[in-house]
Write a protein that binds this ligand. Structure first.
Ligand SMILES: Cc1cc2nc3c(=O)[nH]c(=O)nc-3n(C[C@H](O)[C@H](O)[C@H](O)COP(=O)(O)OP(=O)(O)OC[C@H]3O[C@@H](n4cnc5c(N)ncnc54)[C@H](O)[C@@H]3O)c2cc1C
Length: 629
């Protein structure tokens, strides 16, 4: 239980952004009494968390994960989708936004949130362990380590070799920097949030909290002023007039039936910060009476502030994973993905002794941020063309989609051992369909949300995924390790279709099928084939776990929830600081943007609290950044 009667700052949620803000605040002013209330458990040195390759095993139901099931969607032929949220870096893919993404945020009326302010923060937070990293965009002293991981898979190498020979329209470079905020349409290496020295996952809990001097996982044992209370959820914010003075919270055990027993209160004399992510933060606001009058009336919550944007503007990216068989000599992560400890054992020694091998890996070694050629633009159809002209032409640094091979199939379609598999994943960088998330209970923070991500409800979104699936398929079937397609991970083409000839639709049992020639003709798809692809996408499209935007930093008139200092409109002493504040999507995996938001929020909060960044505990880089912003 919390040790102090009253804290200076209370955080609801202890994920990517919160750990940075709390860790930096406590370094800047060790006398600050800070409480983090976190729904999940501690991850300190847990082997399934710090050993990178085990991430798929973490996706089950548990205390660290919340699964949000959507309403049934017409665009997905009546299917629901399930989106988990959690307090970790997940798949460990290091991907940064495009510079224009942040400039678009600033243009919406958010001074200090453009690329010139945020790129230095993205540099600040990292130590880029890739020797060729440019110091103008990559950091060398930050807590979060970025490397290529402890192994180089043949799948990644072959993807780049194949792309170099097959795709004459685009460049391939082994030393390309795909995450310099501007490079697109280049095939290159894909890096990871893995510390090269230890082979461990590099996350904000370990590098901003657990490493603090005197920090103790158990607040009762702590001699530190920063306490973390895990396995508890914040129900709502407590106000005195319009000033936030604390939060009510409950433990999972306190919930019986629909209603938790009497919640406890943690008081905050200076600031309450909601950092519960794109699902958690709007839910806390709604339970606190902040949101649209209609939504709050539906769940019997008295409205305190009318902010119809709460829970709206839900963004994600749309994922498609196609599955292929790989040659038996491929170094794939299937065994580790299966969670079978016997399969993991052979890799443990190498990881423990040198931080290397397949356990220090996430299966993704290469990829491309794709934009279409003029020929492909035609293939993408009229709905996309309109989007292209209105959105992409003026933003040459924005990708349309990502395409990356995975050494091991995410879908778990691996036939029985010892077969090896690889995947070809693609996701849409800026889906046009925007969803929502709202509460269904006024009091129970574990109650399911009413949630619809609206996947594929815009026609351009499905054309992009279809185009990427076809591109990925052409590359996959030319890779040396290709041994056929796994039927369950592909569209059901009619057996007489040329899109399903023997070399392209080998079923699970045709393991001897090798790659086609590099100059084999491109597969031609009929209207019926295209329908089969669309049906497959509707049946399988999934989340990239990149939920954002549900407490958008915009003007109040345009549906905003927080201003550009992250203050919730109409209230005092209440900020939101996590990915939910993103006013528009970013064309990237989102952890990097959450890191940047954490760094930016720290500077804003330090300033509000009157903390001098001249303090000796703050290093010079940070001082300079604060002065520059
Ligand atoms: C499975 C998965 C894989 C991912 N893979 C990648 C990847 O490879 N690369 C990448 O860049 N990004 C990845 N992401 C996305 C990245 O993890 C998120 O973008 C980032 O963590 C968001 O940071 P945040 O601070 O906004 O929220 P989070 O890090 O989600 O933190 C929110 C925290 O609040 C807690 N919480 C929620 N409700 C409450 C409540 N009521 N009370 C108290 N606590 C609460 C949650 O438990 C959580 O810990 C992945 C995400 C997931 C889920």
């Amino acid at each position: 239980m919390p040790l102090f009667d009253k804290y200076d700052v209370v955080f609801a949620g202890g994920g990517t952004a919160a750990c940075i803000i709390a860790g930096r605040l406590t370094q800047a002013d060790p006398s600050l009494k800070i409480l983090i209330i976190e729904a999940g458990s501690h991850s300190f040195n847990l082997h399934h968390h710090v050993q990178p390759a085990r991430y798929l095993n973490n996706l089950g139901e548990g205390h660290t994960f919340s699964h949000h099931t959507s309403v049934r969607s017409e665009a997905l032929d009546g299917r629901s989708v399930c989106v988990p949220s959690a307090c970790c870096v997940g798949v460990l893919m290091y991907t940064r936004a495009s510079a224009s993404d942040y400039d678009d945020w600033e243009k919406l009326g958010n001074p200090g949130w453009g690329s010139s302010s945020l790129i230095p923060l993205s540099r600040k937070v990292e130590t880029y362990q890739i020797p060729s990293g440019s110091p103008s965009v990559h950091g060398s002293t930050g807590p979060i380590k970025v490397s290529h991981g402890g192994h180089e898979t043949n799948i990644g190498k072959e993807f780049l070799e194949t792309a170099g020979q097959y795709d004459k329209e685009r460049r391939t470079s082994l030393s390309a920097d795909l995450n310099d905020f501007e490079t697109i349409n280049v095939y290159g290496p894909w890096h990871k949030y893995i510390d090269l020295q230890t082979g461990k996952r590099s996350d904000t809990a370990h590098h901003f909290l657990y490493n603090l001097e005197n920090f103790n996982l158990d607040p009762n044992e702590s001699k530190h002023n920063l306490h973390v209370l895990t396995n508890h959820r914040v129900v709502k914010v407590v106000f005195q007039n319009n000033r936030a003075i604390g939060v009510e919270y409950v433990a999972r055990e306190d919930v019986s039936g629909q209603t938790p027993s009497q919640p406890r209160t943690a008081y905050a004399s200076r600031l309450v910060v909601l950092s519960s992510g794109a699902f958690g933060s709007p839910a806390i606001l709604e339970r606190s009476g902040i949101g649209s009058a209609q939504r709050l009336a539906e769940v019997d919550v008295r409205q305190i502030v009318d902010l119809p944007g709460v829970g709206e503007n839900y963004n994600d990216h749309n994922l498609c994973c196609a599955s292929y068989l790989a040659s038996e000599d491929s170094d794939c992560l299937d065994g580790i993905f299966s969670g079978d400890e016997e399969a993991i054992k052979p890799h443990l020694k190498e990881w423990e002794e040198g931080g290397s091998g397949l356990l220090a890996h996430n299966s993704l070694d290469a990829g491309i941020k794709l934009r279409p050629t003029s020929e492909e633009l035609e293939e993408l159809g009229p709905a996309f063309k309109q989007l292209w002209e209105g959105f992409y032409v003026g933003a040459p640094d924005k990708p349309v989609a990502f395409l990356c091979p995975t050494a091991g199939d995410f879908n778990g379609h691996a036939p029985s051992s010892p077969s090896k598999t690889f995947g070809m994943i693609c996701y849409t960088a800026y889906p046009q369909a925007i969803g929502y998330t709202h509460i269904t209970s006024a009091t129970n923070p574990w109650a399911p949300l009413r949630f619809d991500p609206k996947y594929l409800s815009h026609p351009a979104d499905i054309s992009i995924l279809s185009w990427c699936y076809k591109r990925g398929r052409e590359l996959a079937r030319r890779m040396r390790s290709y041994r056929g397609e796994i039927a369950a991970g592909h569209p059901k083409f009619h057996s007489t279709s040329s899109a399903s000839d023997s070399s392209t639709t080998a079923a699970i049992d045709s393991c001897t099928s090798g790659p086609v020639d590099m100059d084999a003709p491109k597969i031609v798809y009929s209207m019926e084939d295209n329908k089969a692809i669309n049906d497959y996408l509707k049946a399988t499209v999934g989340t990239t776990w990149h939920s954002l935007g549900t407490c958008a930093m915009r003007s109040r008139e345009s549906g905003g929830v927080v201003d550009s200092r992250l203050n919730v409109y109409g209230l005092e002493n209440l900020k939101v600081a996590d990915l939910s504040i993103a006013p528009l999507n970013v064309g990237a995996n989102t952890n990097n943007t959450a890191l940047v938001i954490g760094e930016k929020a720290f500077l804003l909060i330090a300033e509000d609290l009157g903390i001098s960044l001249e303090s000796e505990t703050i290093n010079d880089d940070l001082k300079n950044l604060a002065l520059a912003n």
